[in-house]
Design a protein around this ligand. Sequence first.
Ligand code: PMP
Length: 344
Amino acid sequence: MKYMKKSFTGMVPYHSKLITDGIILNANESPILPPQKVLDEIKTKITNIEFNRYPDMDEIELNKAIAKRYNVKPENISSGVGSDELLDVIFRATLEPNDIVLGFSPSFSMYKVFAELVGAKYIPVFGDENGIFNVSDMIKAIKEYNPQLVLICTPNNPTGQYFQEDEVRKIIESTDALIALDLAYIDFAIKDYYYLGIEYDNVIAFKTFSKAMALPSIRVGYAISNKDNIDMIDAIKAPYSVSTISQIIATTAINNFDLYKGQIKMIVKERERLYKDLKALGFKVYPSEANFLYVLFDDKYNDALLKNKIYIRKFKSGVYRITVGSQYENERLMEVLKNETKSN
Ligand code: PMP
């Protein structure tokens, strides 16, 4: 990387290997396609695309459809190429070099990368001895560091921890700093509090089509906030970033959100079963309100899974995240793990 500027030396690209064969439980994806009616509607609609034209750069139909689902105004929505693009925009729009960003740790690894890209300092707030994050620790850190930006990922990737609404409010009300409320997995949780993005001037909520909507392939995410924050995002975002195909697919999906409820329920049910089964084998498993479980076990279990073409996410030796798969996939996973405990 000969031409890379000095301050970026040592930067490693985010990378997740594309796996096409086996049981894929490493990327928090849905084990199933979107509902059939959504797929059928998409197929009809994409045949009529004017491929020779640029997309609608204001994403009008898509933002209208998102706004309708949440009963907010289209001016409260901005869409982007995954919530990744919008998070990146927020870091670039709000931070000067040496500004402070606070976030719980471990959390979504891109936060630190986005902070480093603008020369800001990312300061992690760790959990207690059981790995549980405490709101009071974040509020203490806010007082100590006086950050410009605070990240709250709920349910948190990779630990699965979900903050109750009143806990999130406590953090928000403790500071004037901007709060990026990352709700990527909240459709799997007990309650969605996206409206905090509109209720408070200092909050932007981020959601995505990549998880519960089973559409990571189209790369669409969105921000929900007051008009002023949305205007800030739109001022920085690259023009035409969300392709016409992606806009059409996302619009169709969110207009049919009710059809997803069965899928989401199935994943939540499987998560609860997998949680109990993993605990019963004696592993430390974190309570999760997302579509994955954070698990501590010996690396030999991962070796056994790999031999059986079952792929989970390894963070470091002994620390793993398992995406909840279909019933069959979860049963296969448990079968391999059980066999491995017996071979001790
Ligand atoms: N936030 C969190 C917490 C995530 O885990 C992810 C994806 N891994 C994203 C944001 C980005 O999602 P996308 O860009 O696919 O919308």
